[in-house]
Design a protein. Structure first.
Length: 502
């Protein structure tokens, strides 16, 4: 099936999100759709899948114009979308989610046996043989839920499958499984639109790439005929320069020292130090305990053993408030649920952590807040109409910048970063890397968890590797390789003692 979108336009109030956009995909093709946060990628795909209706333009399937006024129209046309935030109902079983609203019936009643058999067929087709159709969806891992979403799309006889950031929350093993399924679907003639910020994945799995910039279509390329630099230039409209900006300062004295840290069963025996102006990366497979280290240091998880010192003095963190008071900041992995209050404005979110800085006689000065936040918006290049816009209206990358803004208003002594560039486009990543370097140059000690090995190798001074809740070793980033890090993360040879923390 061939799908063509021509001259697509869409506005939300006075804001034009898409204008004159063209996009097409052929059967048996994996086609990447890229662009900076806010470029219009998700909006274009929501138009294709019937979530939004276009203001202008047309959609043609196999050369014939079709009207897609809702998701039912899209499903009938053979188009399905798997959103970044998965849409399964956690309290229902897998098979109930697969056939919600179209359950097989017999004599007027739901035919449970038939539903289970059909669910088994579609799950097996996507390599999910181990998933029981009668398991509650909420008990599955994110990767397993992703497979159920794909099975659901195939059960609708989807011939065009849109995947929006499908690997954002998957383990390396789950990503490999997903890619195998994508190649199998491609061989069966299914067209796949792949929306992602992960350039390495796109150059590995995709056939073509189309780029949007500021709501306009700027070019299509065959993957074999292009490269990283050209795609970045199309996305941002300029040369990006160094992908990972270099830091040129030397870390100072030890700022935080951790000895034999443990929590309630996730991590134990964790020992490291981090110096003022240093970036200590934490690598490891998903579930190895990386995030749990940060959460325990910040007081979100209960510390059951170990000692922590800050600037040579014992640190007793009971909760997030005491951590913030001691000078520790935390950019969480889940910005929407843990990093932001979505119903509040950019201004309110950016000043929430340090409201005392803007208060006089017990009252917060909105004028003082606006002056500070306007400066932060310029510094971080946050794309927003103004500081009073609800933060939920921003793209994911711009939301992430607002999370950073909370800590830039008053830089902490130690900043904990959990997947700081997840869901952020390549231009936004470069800006966040620059922010990290600037904070390090100011003497902030940074502990950063990242699933992207090129990122953790390039941005860190040293790398602590985790394996199954234990510390597998500490590497000097300047001499470490991806192979060494992955070997240690998988339980192989740990780092030599000479690269351990001083």
């Amino acid at each position: 099936m061939q799908v063509m979108m021509r001259g697509i336009g869409k506005a939300f109030g006075p804001v034009r999100v898409l204008e004159g956009v063209d996009f097409h995909i052929e059967a048996g093709e994996i086609h990447a759709l890229m662009g900076e946060n806010g470029a219009g990628k998700s909006t274009l795909m929501k138009i294709l899948s019937g979530v939004y209706e276009a203001d202008a333009g047309e959609v043609l399937i196999d050369g014939k114009a079709v009207q897609i006024r809702g998701t039912v129209d899209a499903e009938r046309a053979g188009i399905a979308i798997i959103h970044q935030e998965l849409n399964l109902i956690p309290q229902l079983t897998v098979m109930e989610n697969l056939f919600l609203g179209r359950e097989p019936r017999r004599f007027g009643f739901v035919d449970t046996a038939a539903m289970r058999a059909q669910a088994r067929k579609w799950l097996d087709m996507v390599g999910a043989e181990r998933i029981d159709p009668q398991t509650e969806a909420g008990l599955l891992s994110i990767g397993q839920q992703q497979l159920v979403e794909i099975a659901k799309a195939l059960s609708l006889d989807a011939r065009v499958l849109v995947m929006d950031e499908p690997t954002a929350a998957l383990t390396n093993r789950e990503i490999e499984t997903l890619f195998e399924i994508m190649l199998a679907l491609k061989a069966r003639g299914v067209a796949i639109v792949y929306v992602s910020h992960r350039m390495e994945e796109i150059f590995r799995i995709c056939d073509k790439i189309s780029v949007l910039r500021d709501g306009h279509f700027v070019g299509e390329r065959a993957i074999k005929d292009t490269g990283f630099d050209e795609i970045v230039r199309l996305m941002v409209g300029r040369e990006l320069g160094e992908r990972f900006p270099k830091r040129r300062h030397t870390p100072g004295e030890v700022r935080m020292q951790v000895s034999n840290l443990a929590d309630d069963g996730n991590v134990a025996g964790i020992s490291f130090d981090v110096r003022a102006g240093e970036v200590l990366g934490i690598a490891g497979l998903m579930g190895a305990g990386r995030s749990e280290i940060l959460r325990t240091l910040f007081g979100a998880n209960r510390k059951t053993a170990g000692t922590v010192t800050l600037d040579g003095k014992p640190l007793a963190v009971r909760d997030a408030a005491s951590a913030i008071g001691a000078g520790i900041g935390f950019v969480t992995e889940d910005r929407k649920r843990q990093g932001l209050v979505l119903g509040m404005s950019v201004r309110e979110n950016a000043t929430l952590v340090h409201l005392d800085r803007y208060a006089k006689l017990g009252f917060v000065s909105e004028k003082a807040e606006r002056i500070a936040v306007d400066n932060l918006i310029k510094q971080l290049r946050v794309r927003t109409r103004d500081a009073e816009l609800d933060v939920k209206s921003l793209s994911g990358g711009n939301q992430q910048k607002v999370v950073f803004a909370k800590w830039l208003a008053k830089p902490p002594k130690v900043l904990l970063l959990d997947e700081p560039t997840r869901g952020v486009d390549v231009g936004g990543k470069a800006e966040i890397y620059t922010i990290i370097n600037q904070l390090a140059e100011q003497g902030v000690a940074i502990v950063m968890v990242s699933s992207e090995l090129p990122e953790v190798l390039a941005m860190s001074d040293r790398i602590l590797v985790m394996h199954q809740g234990r510390q597998a070793g500490i590497f000097a980033a300047a001499t470490a390789t991806q192979e060494q890090i992955m070997t240690a993360a998988a339980g192989g040879q740990a780092a030599p003692e000479s690269t351990a923390a001083a």
